[in-house]
Design a binder for this molecule. Sequence first.
Ligand code: PGA
Length: 250
Amino acid sequence: MTYLVAANWKMNKTVGETLEYLEIFLPSVEDLTNIDIMIAPPFTALASASLKLEKSNVKLGAQNMHFAEKGAFTGEISPVMLTELDVNYVILGHSERRHIFGEKDKLINQKMISAVEHGIRPILCVGETLEERELGKTLNVVENQIRSGLAGIEKDLVYIDIAYEPVWAIGTGKTATPEQAQEVHRFIRSLINEISKGNDEKTRILYGGSVNETNARNLIKEDNIDGFLVGTASLDPKKFYKIVTEVMEV
Ligand code: PGA
């Protein structure tokens, strides 16, 4: 399995800042093979980033998507608009979409199905809140999010990646310990193996939540952690490059 290191820039970086970043980052990774690298800038920077990434080994991602191809959905972006820009990945069900913008499992599932249909590889994000963890509900919450996110596309797991991102670890500087992450990753692996009837060998289970250049090594050493979804630390091209190299060395 090829590991994936993905950058989720969230609502950060203008077009100009995106191009400046890529000027630094792309040469640093141009000789790297056997690793998948993805950057998800804001929608406004996708077109310019797409041109820059055309001849590179870095893939382009979107941070969200509507499930419909077109229509009266003010403010939304469709899968057709993304594939036109050679977007390869889309992050779906991110905890900020779930908790700040109220996205529910049903909607996330519709987006997952649409992404697979349009050949955009979705990264389904799942994870428990601090309260849910303290109540001992972590595995329950993660199982529900995965079962509903994958409803109807269980046989398509080869086209899908999953990111475990404990909500309490996102943007807080609090990372899950390698043991805490491993416990959930092991559970997810056996769950998707069951759901897909053994067709999950191409599905990567990423960890996300305050990953940085110093904690990446200890996390990636764990079995069942197949890469990272990185927010804050991915905004600095040198830090993101360092995380990529830590993953390569394992
Ligand atoms: P963080 O964000 O690395 O800043 O915690 C991760 C994410 O939300 O995907």
